[in-house]
Design a protein around this ligand. Structure first.
Ligand code: NIG
Ligand code: FE
Length: 429
């Protein structure tokens, strides 16, 4: 069936079949059985020129060079890629897209010379977002977050992790997590939820940080677990925020409820975040702008995925995580957006790919793998997402015709994404 045929006719069939033809280059294929790519493997993008891609019931069934295109019946929707590239959707393993309003006032304070840490110390930053979130209804919070989700889907994201952490009271953390749960159920992309009660000390506990940690462990965690609202637990382990000892306690408490850690570490200083992440077998340790050689050595003997957030370094005008060095040390590297109102008000993963190339000296293939398969791995979903692999969920995008894959990070503000497919169905927004 041709694209302009009757879609209603198609929907009468139980099996949705879609054939993408005339693909200029299909990238990110294969990687069967690979949880993530490490070191030199990250250069392997695995591309097929002049390709087709065939999808049934939302899953990738076949792909290959166009000469091998399958014989199809009249129940197949044929989509002409018109020579564009097809890539697996981005997997954004670190976001805070559920938040109230915006914080451009702090942006201006930063231009005037205040640092991120100074703004936080004055009661701005995360606490500012917590105050706003407290005032907003669950419905309005959901609406604002869904607008951001829609925005990033149109920029190529097909899976994302969303953290709580702007509640900082039992009620407001649950409110955030319920909103995340609703997004999980209603958004067309894959969503995983991360409980970040330890993002900052809630106002009611000012000056009583260890009591706040007890409150998270004794009151928040059991309530979150009871409602099955989280897949992971997170801690902002950094200078001026939570200590490695507190982080260890929190991650160990999370383990009792089946929640694995994914933590913020070594953003503002070398503060022990990597060490505690490795010790507690966290799935990922994210930020790493201030990491040192010892951290790289520790990560070599672990299953923890180092995750860089280049948008944060760009926006806060801070050093970038040493991505090149981590890859040369043989580590896997994931890259995510960190979309949040304070340090990164952008979830543009294509821009993150460009920043990774320009500022962290990743090759385009490495940066694309870091934002697809490896970032899927950093949220525990790489068996089903992050590459064009038979059996995986058919989340991908078609670009305008481009001269090569390297053009993607090179044309760093050109909106090249033409069409988006999620579970094999076109997303029109
Ligand atoms: O990942 N570093 C900690 N948390 C967020 C920022 C949160 C905020 O400023 O609102 C981050 O950058
Ligand atoms: Fe973050």
């Amino acid at each position: 069936m041709r694209e302009n045929g009757n879609k209603a006719f198609l929907l009468n069939y139980q099996i949705m079949k879609v054939l993408i033809t005339n693909i200029g280059v299909l990238a990110g294929v294969g990687h069967e059985g690979k949880r993530c790519l490490k070191g030199e493997e990250m250069l392997k993008l695995n591309t097929i020129e002049h390709a087709f891609l065939y999808v049934e019931n939302g899953r990738i069934v076949d792909y290959g060079p166009r000469v091998d295109k399958p014989q199809i019946g009249c129940d197949v929707l044929v989509v002409d890629a018109e020579g564009g590239a097809v890539l697996p959707s981005f997997c954004d393993s670190h976001t805070h897209v559920v938040y109230a309003g915006s914080r451009e006032g702090e942006f201006v304070d930063k231009i005037r010379g205040l640092s991120y840490a100074e703004i936080a110390k004055r009661g701005g930053g995360i606490l500012n977002s917590a105050d706003r979130l407290h005032e907003l209804s669950e419905e309005e919070l959901y609406k604002q977050a869904m607008q951001r989700v829609d925005e990033v889907i149109k920029k190529g994201t097909g899976a994302m992790e969303i953290k709580s952490g702007y509640g900082l009271t039992l009620e407001d953390e649950l409110k955030m997590l319920r909103v995340i749960h609703r997004i999980k159920q209603t958004a067309p992309i894959k969503v995983v939820a991360n409980f970040l009660g330890a993002h900052a000390v809630g106002r009611a506990y000012t000056g009583r940080q260890s009591e706040y940690v007890d409150h998270i462990i004794n009151d928040m965690l059991p309530a979150v677990a009871k409602e099955h609202l989280a897949d992971f637990i997170d801690v902002f382990c950094d200078e001026g925020f939570f200590t490695p000892d507190e982080t260890r306690r929190l991650l160990q408490a999370g383990t009792k409820y089946g929640l694995r850690g994914k933590i913020h570490g070594e953003e503002l200083a070398v503060s022990g975040g990597v060490e505690v992440a490795v010790e507690c077998n966290a799935l990922s340790v994210d930020h790493l702008e201030a990491m040192d050689n010892r951290d790289i050595e520790l990560l070599k003997n672990s299953e923890t995925i180092p995750t860089a957030l280049p948008g944060t370094s760009f926006f806060l005008n801070m050093p970038f995580a040493p991505g090149r060095k981590m890859i040369e040390a043989g580590l896997p590297l994931a890259i995510a957006s960190d979309y949040n109102p304070g340090s990164t008000p952008s979830g543009d993963m294509k821009f993150a790919v460009s920043l990774a190339c320009i500022k962290m000296r990743l090759m385009p293939a490495e940066a694309i793998n870091a934002t697809t398969l490896n970032s899927a791995c950093a949220m525990g979903i790489s068996e089903e997402y992050g590459s064009i692999t038979k059996g995986k969920v058919a989340n991908f995008y078609i670009t305008d015709p481009i001269p090569s894959i390297d053009f993607i990070p090179y044309a760093y503000t050109t909106p090249i994404i033409r069409r988006i497919f999620l579970k094999g169905e076109e997303y029109k927004g």
